[in-house]
Design a protein around this ligand. Structure first.
Ligand SMILES: [Zn+2]
Length: 87
């Protein structure tokens, strides 16, 4: 195992230990194991920032036109997912 791979594995282990990963369709993880908002394409420095980011005005501004262009049903489901409500 080279140094880079070891570092990566260590970081992944650390992330698993300290923070729980965000279980949201709006979040993906990049190659550095950082959570990224799919909507805004913003890297969140920590999982704990996700609720604040989700509630932020910037995030909603990006979300609004996005759901507008989606099919009605898809937009509805998407909003429900975002607000973590049952449809
Ligand atoms: Zn966002």
């Amino acid at each position: 195992m080279d140094a880079e791979a070891r570092k990566k594995a260590f970081r992944a282990k650390l992330a698993q230990k300290s923070d729980k990963r965000i279980d949201s369709p709006l979040v993906r993880y990049n190659e550095f194991d950082q959570p990224v908002c799919r909507v805004c394409n913003v890297i969140l420095k920590s999982e704990s920032l996700w609720p604040a980011h989700q509630a932020s005005r910037k995030h909603h501004e990006v979300m609004a036109p996005l759901s507008y262009f989606m099919e009605e049903n898809a937009a509805y489901a998407f909003t429900c997912t975002l607000l973590q409500m049952a449809c």
